[in-house]
Design a protein around this ligand. Structure first.
Ligand SMILES: Cc1cc2nc3c(=O)[nH]c(=O)nc-3n(C[C@H](O)[C@H](O)[C@H](O)COP(=O)(O)OP(=O)(O)OC[C@H]3O[C@@H](n4cnc5c(N)ncnc54)[C@H](O)[C@@H]3O)c2cc1C
Ligand code: SF4
Length: 343
């Protein structure tokens, strides 16, 4: 790992003045060799330090965001929305009483991600902005499309952990498990530019498909800081759950995960459903057909099974990952039933 400078920003203005670039830009090269002039924001440092140790990123300076108090808070807003500062750790998120009571799927997704040690350091902002796990992307010896090279190695290669939906040109799966739940809740991302301008975007559109930009997983602009994610107010009939399936019972990323958010009326009929699949596509994948299959129905084994079958219709597995489809089918069914039974 190269030597680098370290600056701790005490407030947002100081972090903005530092003039950071994005990791995606710093990793996008023609030669495969990382540039050494980048200034990069650091949250928990879990993914950032991995990339640096792997020789894929060689920044000149890191700007530590840890000392900015406003980024570390969870605050209920006057209308009932919940504002989660980007430096809130996964452990804080999983244990927060309001998150557990009103946004169970998010508490479950955050509380099951990685290991307890990592969850106490990793932040929600860094988690959403971590780079993909594709092993060709993580290899110094494979200069693939996402890093500015000319080929994707996954389609004809080892693609067992890759996407089964939406893999146009690049078959990564989005690496953030919390994103699956946040998109299911229709969360928004709040960003502040280097000039101090604030913009708010739906998280679902903040994440970019390979069609939109093959080198970036999200629309973070150079100099921008992700300050918060905001969850809309939760109604009394909203119930939710998140389930994940690992290849083994370990701390590794899931091979499939699902979040379901159901808005139920007092007779137990589902008014509206939000069903999102993680580890399925380059962005969290909204299973629209499953959502339609649940609307207006009583949640039961039968309706959950129909929705699960609808969720995987249209999937396009690669040569080594068709095994994911029955996993997703079972997981969607179980997640819907789990959400409906959650008080
Ligand atoms: C063994 C292992 C298992 C794991 N399992 C899972 C899992 O199951 N599910 C899962 O989702 N993740 C998993 N992870 C990944 C881990 O959760 C992420 O690496 C971590 O959440 C990243 O957060 P961080 O705060 O450390 O971010 P950092 O590494 O500090 O930052 C990540 C990226 O975000 C940028 N960034 C951070 N904060 C901001 C901000 N506020 N504004 C703008 N840019 C910012 C940084 O510049 C960098 O590009 C696992 C990791 C390991 C090592
Ligand atoms: S799937 Fe994407 S990240 Fe992986 S090798 Fe192909 S282009 Fe690169």
């Amino acid at each position: 790992m190269n030597r680098f400078e370290w600056t701790s920003a005490g407030d947002l203005a100081a972090a903005a003045r530092a003039g950071s670039g994005t990791v995606a830009d710093a990793m996008l090269t023609q030669s495969g060799q990382p540039g050494t002039n980048a200034v990069i924001l650091k949250a928990g440092g879990i993914d950032l330090l991995d990339l640096m140790k792997e020789g894929l990123l060689s920044p000149r300076r890191l700007i530590n965001l840890r000392g900015i108090p406003e980024l570390g808070r969870i605050v209920e807003e006057p209308g009932g929305a919940l504002r989660i500062g980007s430096m809130v750790t996964l452990a804080q998120l999983a244990g927060h009483p309001l998150v557990r009571a009103r946004y169970n799927a998010l508490a479950e997704a955050a509380g099951q991600s990685a290991s307890p040690q990592i969850r106490h350091v990793a932040t929600i902002g860094g988690n959403l902005l971590q780079r993909p796990r594709c092993w060709y992307f993580r290899s110094l010896h494979h200069h693939c499309l996402r890093k500015g090279g000319e080929a994707c190695f996954a389609f004809a290669g080892e693609n067992q952990y890759h996407a089964v939906f939406g893999h146009n040109g690049c078959a990564i799966v989005h690496p953030s498990t919390a994103a699956t739940a946040l998109v299911a809740f229709n969360a928004t991302a709040e960003l502040v530019s280097a000039e101090g301008a604030r913009r708010v975007v739906a998280l679902e559109t903040f994440f970019l498909t390979p069609d939109e930009d093959i080198a970036r997983e999200n629309d973070l602009k150079p100099g921008e800081i992700l300050t918060a994610v905001v969850l809309p107010p939760s109604g009394p009939g909203v119930r939710s759950a998140h389930l994940r399936q690992g290849e083994t019972d370990s701390f590794d990323w899931p091979i499939a995960d699902v979040a379901a958010v159901l808005d139920m009326d007092t007779d137990g009929i589902c008014r509206q459903a939000s069903v999102v699949l993680g580890a399925a596509a380059p962005v969290p994948y909204r299973a629209k057909a499953a959502q339609s299959a649940l609307a207006g129905k009583r949640i039961s084994e039968d309706s959950a099974r129909s929705a699960a079958q609808a969720a995987i219709a249209g999937a396009a597995p690669l040569s080594k990952n068709a095994y994911k489809l029955p996993v997703f089918e079972a997981l969607v069914r179980r997640t819907i039933l789990s959400a409906a039974s959650h008080a």
